[in-house]
Each structure stands twice: as structure tokens, then as C-alpha cells.
Design a protein around this ligand. Sequence first.
Ligand SMILES: [Zn+2]
Length: 333
Amino acid sequence: MNTVAFNRETYQKASAELERRRGAANAKAAAFRERMLREIPRLAEIERLMALSSSKVVQAILSGGDVDAAVERIKTENLSLQVEMSMLLREHGETAVNFEPQYTCPVCQDTGTVNGKRCHCFEALLREYSCRSLSELSAMQPQSFDDLSLLFYSEKPDGRSGISPRARMREVIEYCRCYAADFDGKDVSLLLRGPTGVGKTHLSLAIAGAVMQKGYSVVYGPVQRLLHRLEKEHFGRAEGDSEEVLLNCDLLILDDVGTEFSSPFYTSALYNIINGRMLDGKPTIISTNLNQKELADRYGEAIASRITGTFQPLVCAGADVRLLKLKSSIGGN
Ligand SMILES: [Zn+2]
């Protein structure tokens, strides 16, 4: 895992979440103890006796005599008090474990650091928040594979391929469903190709949702917006860590590639991201309505051959589903 620099806002959000977790665990343990002491008054006495044992040991040492024997006796007393406590708790259907705060991360006890280094739980939170802020996925409508209705795709075989749009989409949806279900961060990159409105964005968001549910970091965005943000940060007009996040997230989904404003900065940024992720073995999903020649014309052979040579192409076909849905909702067909 690369060491990633995160911006201040992401850092603050992740720290606040750790603090919330730690506070909640401590409060829960305190509430449990309070309730138990109320319900089992003998517990308070046991706690008091156990707290006395260290001063008893000191006394034994100061008073001379057989210190070892005294320490042994105190240990035995303590043990029987612990046994009594466990039995009392068990009678109440509880265990002594709950006296201790149950932290989300037992490694760092929700402090976020272990031996002066960031704990893996803190790293995971930082990645999650930076991906989220870049994607604004929370603002997007969550989509599922099940919402993709095949009814909007024609059953009439395509003149050239002999395959109907409906049959083609059934295969593409199934492929994407399995892709998301089996996702492990080392998957093949995908090229979702097809005209506007045939469900590419819906498929992308469904994959994003399913992969995120598995705990992987996902950045989804229309390529224009992602590149615009990258450009602003690059030229110092905004603070952020977009480049790091785009390169390092587990899955990057670039939607609507080819519709963005054309500029040398965008082209080279796109190449660096796609190439960088490829070298790290990280999957990227690109959706576009450009064919291979159009990709080459627009971005040059370097990017086009990178994409067509290594991405798994999935061709989405059919008429504009959004228009068909609109028509059917106003009574046409
Ligand atoms: Zn931790």
C-alpha cells in the first residue's frame, strides 16, 4: 500500500469519526458498569476489595515477615473475588468483558495510532472519506442491477451482428454483476461502450455500489468533473489530494469519457491516471460513446491503444432508455 497524503478536511473527518467511535465505546462500558452496580450491589464491594489488594501488598512488604506468603494469599483472595464477580454477572446473563470498552479497532483502541504510526483502521477511514468527497457518491442516486429493466431493450436482432439489444444487455448486466461480486482489487479494467442513454451510467453506479459494499474504496465521476477538479488543484486554485486518490483508490470509474472539454492538460492527466493505475495493477472502468477510431483521434494512439489493448470491452446497445421511459410514463410506447 502506498503512503498517501490526505487533505486537511479528510484528515479532520476521519479523526472525528475515530473520536466518535472511542467515545461511544467508553460511554457504553461506563453505562454497563453503572447498571451492573445498581442491579448487583455486591459488585461495588468486590471492586472496593480488589482495589485494596495493591495497598495490602505494600503493607506486607513494609511489615517484613514472609512477603511471598502474603502476596500468595492476596492473589488467592483476588482470584476468588473475580470468580464471585463472574458468577454474579452470569446469573444476570452478563459477562465481565463488557466492563471494558469494546473498541471498533482492538489494535489501536480507536485512537488511530499504533507505535507512533497510523493504524490500518485510520488509513481505511482516510481512503473512504477522500474517495467519498471526490465522488460525491452520497449525492448520487444509488443504483442496483435489479433496477435495470430489459423491457426497454429491443428483441429485434441487430442487422449486422444478428444479436438483439436485449440479449446483448442481458449478457453485459450479468457480466457486470459477477464482476462486482467477485471484485478483489486486482480485476481487469472495463470499457463500457455504447451510445448515450443505454444504461452505461446505471451499470457503473451499480458496480460502484456493490464494490463499495464489499469494503473497497471507489471513486466514481463524470470525467469532466474529476479532471476539472484535478486541474484546479494542479494549478493551486484549490486544495486537495485528487491525483493521489484517483491513482490509489481500489476502483476508479470514469464516466462519459469523450464528452469533456478537450485540452492538453486533460489529455495528459487522463493518460497519467490510466497508465499509473495500469502499472499498479489497479482496475479502472471507462464508459464512453466513442469507438476505437474516435478514441485515437481524440486522445492519440498512446491512450487509445492502452485502453483497447488491455480493457475488457462491453458493448451496450439499444435505443435511449431515458427517452423510452419518458415516453412510457406519458402514455406512449
Ligand atoms: Zn486501529
